[in-house]
Design a protein around this ligand. Sequence first.
Ligand SMILES: [Zn+2]
Length: 112
Amino acid sequence: MNPHHLPPPRLGPHPQHPHHRTGNQPPHTPRRPLWTCRACAQPWPCPEARLLLKAEYHTRQQHLSIYLAGLYHDAMHDLYHLNPHDAPTPHQLFNRFVAWGPFRRSSSEARE
Ligand SMILES: [Zn+2]
């Protein structure tokens, strides 16, 4: 396969979670392309969004990991195109989007 003719990466998930809303307030979902929270303007996912996401995905934690990893990809895409020199580092973005979420057990724990 010619690496110069690979298809563009698929777009990630729709950033529509968490669904929870309070009254007429906007949900704590990301506003692209800056990835700030629609409700509180903090960097997304804000603390409220993290709590709501953990509750919403309580019984489907692997889906939360996939959702967050997809948004991590999209956020890197947006932020690096907006500001290629001053965007957060990949490590900072990974911690912000993915590292706080659920993890699979390590292989050593699985053997116990
Ligand atoms: Zn928020």
